[in-house]
Ligand binder design. Structure first.
Ligand SMILES: Cc1ncc(C[n+]2csc(CCOP(=O)(O)OP(=O)(O)O)c2C)c(N)n1
Length: 372
């Protein structure tokens, strides 16, 4: 249950909500020293926002308003902490479950829902947000990220004297995705070119019904070593460790240290997606073990110890209800896209074959006699 409990990992906030920096992790502790109380509150607010959003999206799917939903419940600390560790000019290549990271980079939550309702393929502009589109094909985003990071390196945007100009890339993927050749290829190319990329693996311990143990014989943070990519494991339910380690590794990548791999050991408390029934393959005891280690609860205990009172937590709960209402109303108001839309983004310029196909579809639709 406590998979690889003997493997060393960075933990700054214990499950009991105690903050301490072990000597060997002092370099990460420095990142926490710079945070203010407002930063800690922001972490909590966003983790709670993510949880409420997830619950509402799951309910909407159950009511037939979304085609599918992939909840991130249990992974909020890994995602919110890490998301805030990414610099404002860096590029992010997510999988399909990074709702928490999306929140930290200002992505409109309705645009995530549009994709899961099937009215678009990701309605945000990656050029503006640097948060690239969700990727369903496992591992594909990691290759895209590596290619982007190689471009950054070849463009000379690493280790320049102007720190503001330097860039790094981060890619998120799951434990199951590490079994894809794409991840091995990415590690190799990133290492050989010493490109500025952080590989962030959320080991939520299940790839649908396959446990992590069936994907690897070694802890996943060691996966990069043979390619020359150093790795580290963090407690993925500790938002402070996730923030500090991501921030440090992104800083190092921008300064020319090359790629690195972070394995965040966490747990997917919910189902893989709304099409999955996890009771078929895992025990109630296992889930209860991890629910008792809920990342939100851990941060709440820490905050209460700092003197944060009920008022704050009530305000957060109310904001969650407000968000849920907005999400529901927003989803009910979504319109189906125009038929032409699916032809618009195939090529950047008009193409005769695409025009031909659109004409054919229009004739086909018309054959039903007007209104469809
Ligand atoms: C290339 C490819 N193979 C198979 C699938 C089907 N599939 C979707 S999610 C999934 C499991 C992924 O597990 P993991 O990488 O651990 O990420 P998690 O969903 O747990 O976040 C699989 C096999 C896919 N989307 N893409």
């Amino acid at each position: 249950m406590n998979e690889n409990a003997s493997v060393p990992m960075v933990q700054l906030l214990s499950p009991e909500g105690e903050f301490s920096v072990p000597k060997n992790y002092a370099e990460y502790g420095k990142y926490i020293e710079r945070l203010t109380e407002e930063d800690f509150l922001k972490f909590y607010r966003d983790m709670a926002r993510c949880r409420r959003f997830d619950n509402e999206a799951t309910a909407l799917q159950r009511q037939g308003q979304l085609g599918l939903w992939a909840p991130a419940i249990g992974q909020e600390a890994a995602q919110i902490g890490s998301g805030y560790g990414v610099g404002k000019n860096d590029h992010i290549f997510p999988s399909y479950r990074e709702h928490g990271v999306a929140i930290t980079h200002g992505i409109e939550l309705m645009s995530l829902l549009k994709m899961f309702r099937g009215v678009n393929h990701g309605g945000w502009n990656p050029e503006e947000t640097r948060f690239h589109l969700y990727a369903i094909v496992l591992g594909s985003q990691v290759l895209h990220a590596t290619g982007y990071a190689m471009g950054v390196k070849f463009d000379g945007k690493v280790a320049t004297s102007n720190k503001e100009e330097n860039l790094a890339v981060i890619s998120y993927f799951g434990d199951g995705a590490t079994a894809e050749g794409d991840i091995s290829e990415s590690l190799l190319f990133a290492a050989n070119t010493q490109s500025p990329i952080v590989f962030f693996c959320q080991n939520n311990q299940w790839a649908i019904s396959s446990p992590t143990a069936s994907q690897t014989r070694v802890p996943l943070y060691q996966r990069g070593a043979g390619f020359g990519v150093p790795g580290i494991r963090i407690d993925g339910n500790d938002v402070l460790a996730s923030y500090a380690v991501t921030a440090k590794h992104m800083d190092d990548a921008r300064e020319g240290a090359g790629p690195s791999l972070i394995e965040a050991l966490t747990y997917r408390i919910g189902a893989h997606t709304t099409s999955d029934d996890p009771t078929k393959y895992r025990t109630d005891e296992e889930v209860a073990y991890w629910v008792a280690r809920d990342p939100l609860k851990r941060l709440e205990i820490f905050l209460r110890r700092q003197g944060i009172g009920d008022d704050f937590f009530e305000e957060v709960a109310q904001a969650g209800e407000q968000l849920a209402t907005e999400i529901r109303e927003g989803t009910f108001a979504l319109q189906a896209p125009e038929m032409e839309d699916m032809f618009k983004h195939v090529y950047s310029e008009p193409h005769p074959r695409i025009d031909e196909q659109l004409d054919w579809l229009k004739r086909y639709e018309a054959s039903f006699g007007g209104e469809n």
